[in-house]
Design a protein around this ligand. Sequence first.
Ligand SMILES: Nc1nc2c(c(=O)[nH]1)N=C([C@H](O)[C@H](O)COP(=O)(O)OP(=O)(O)OP(=O)(O)O)CN2
Ligand SMILES: [Zn+2]
Length: 123
Amino acid sequence: MYRLKIFTHFAAAHNLMHYEGDCEHLHGHNWKVEVTVCAQELDQAGLGIDFKILKARTKEVLAQLDHKYLNELEPFNQLSPSSENIACYLFGQLSACLNSANVAVEVVTVWESDQACASYSLT
Ligand SMILES: Nc1nc2c(c(=O)[nH]1)N=C([C@H](O)[C@H](O)COP(=O)(O)OP(=O)(O)OP(=O)(O)O)CN2
Ligand SMILES: [Zn+2]
């Protein structure tokens, strides 16, 4: 099994719901996003999946969030836009467009600062 990872980022505003403290108020982050996929086999070029495809699909998904106020968007109009929930949301969106017989999204990690991140995976 092969494991591939890309790093990318998006910028957005949010406020945590059901939270008492600074983060209940509107503020923003430059979130860094790590997407890890596994591939069972390589193609003739030696690729599990072309990084270009991985980056392009991820960019399309993140475009829905980039420079937005997350609390106005589904599902974050009902679900607190924590790093945990954002990682889970991105995992679902990316799995829907990347998973195949050969490739599966394994982990999505969202860094809201250089010191703090949350990951979502099925196991
Ligand atoms: N488990 C989580 N905890 C917190 C999250 C989260 O998504 N998951 N999010 C926040 C807020 O978004 C907040 O913006 C971050 O607050 P904080 O960690 O205090 O960030 P600072 O940059 O202000 O860090 P300091 O070390 O306090 O300066 C909060 N918690
Ligand atoms: Zn925040």
